[in-house]
Design a protein around this ligand. Structure first.
Ligand SMILES: [Zn+2]
Length: 332
């Protein structure tokens, strides 16, 4: 693994994590420190508006940190790497032109653009709870389920930059319909969206129960979301605890297949559902241990909560742009 720390210790980069509702931006050191950060709403008009927001933030950062030499941006959806073209995203405006080239023209900096979960996984592998662990598999459990795979210090993207889409590993082919069109993807049975849907059904069936009470008052149906289910489970509600356990069970089933394929050193769990902690991870670990290949010959890999949390996207975007800058052999 190349250490970019050795070449140019003074180097800093801007990281931008473009989300569906907000863009998180920051100044990132080669050691993975977040020196400054800000959050702005994501413009919904078009990609040019997103570029303008990042350009303005970059100018503000560079006034304070003249040592900035690169910019990295993560985007949700199908991002063709290294061209930095967003081929499809249900979450943000995109143009099918190279976002990498447009950001480079707007800022005058060398730019990398990659899938947001890939960059978060890279940050976890480099700066997370188990630095250097390889392969490292990241699962981001939020509204949807994403993921990333890092081996030997490099992101694995596959043939079409569509690798490591762990949310669409099929665990129950006769199960719930997924947003992608298939049935029983992990995302369809274990995401925050799936948890909220199951929680709403429970709240409707039991209007006096804790889920119904916690979700009340939002003015939209039962108001129950995945976060409500987590909240109820933490407060000791048995039905909510079982829903989280079910989600954890499916995550463990998916993880068992991924472990058979990849033999990762560690599985890192991030995203909103990670806040449920052992209420989710306990059943996930049990399900993984119960289904892992060659379980009588080895331990299943540890399943740990992300140390970087929501900052992983910004830190990964910034630090990875410096990593690419340091190693020309990585440019294809
Ligand atoms: Zn799917």
């Amino acid at each position: 693994v190349r250490s970019s720390d050795s070449g140019d210790p003074g180097g800093l980069a801007i990281g931008a994590d473009i989300g569906g509702t907000k863009i998180a931006l920051g100044v990132v050191s080669d050691a993975g420190e977040l020196l400054a950060d800000e959050v702005v709403p994501t413009p919904t008009d078009d990609e040019a508006a997103i570029i303008a927001v990042i350009q303005a933030a970059a100018a503000r950062f560079r006034d304070v940190y003249p040592g900035i030499t690169a910019l990295g941006a993560g985007a949700p959806g199908w991002v063709e790497y290294p061209a930095g073209i967003i081929r499809f995203s249900p979450y943000i405006a995109f143009s099918r032109r190279s976002l990498r080239d447009r950001l480079a023209a707007a800022t005058g900096l060398p730019v990398v653009v990659d899938n947001d979960a890939n960059l978060a996984a890279w940050a976890e592998a480099r700066f997370g709870a188990t630095p250097g662990a390889s392969p490292l598999l990241l699962l981001t459990l939020g509204t949807g389920i994403g993921g990333g795979l890092v081996a030997g210090g490099e992101v694995y993207r596959g043939r079409n930059s569509l690798g490591a889409e762990v949310g669409h590993v099929i665990v129950d082919p006769d199960g719930e319909r997924c947003g992608c069109g298939n049935r029983g993807c992990l995302e369809a049975v274990a995401s925050g969206t799936a948890l909220g849907r199951a929680g709403r059904a429970l709240a409707e069936a039991d209007p006096g129960g804790m889920l119904a009470r916690l979700g009340a008052g939002t003015g939209t149906g039962t108001g129950v979301t995945g976060a409500t289910v987590t909240q109820a489970a933490r407060a000791g509600d048995q039905a909510a605890t079982e829903l989280l356990g079910r989600a954890g069970y499916w995550c463990g089933i998916a993880a068992a297949s991924l472990v058979a394929m990849l033999d990762p050193e560690v599985i890192v769990v991030a995203g909103g559902l990670a806040e449920a902690g052992d209420l989710l991870l306990g059943p996930m670990r049990a399900s993984l241990a119960g289904h892992v290949f060659a379980g009588h010959l080895r331990e299943a890999p540890p399943v740990v909560v992300s140390r970087l949390g929501a900052r992983a996207g910004v830190i990964g975007a910034g630090a990875f742009s410096r990593h690419v800058q340091a190693g020309p052999r990585r440019r294809r």
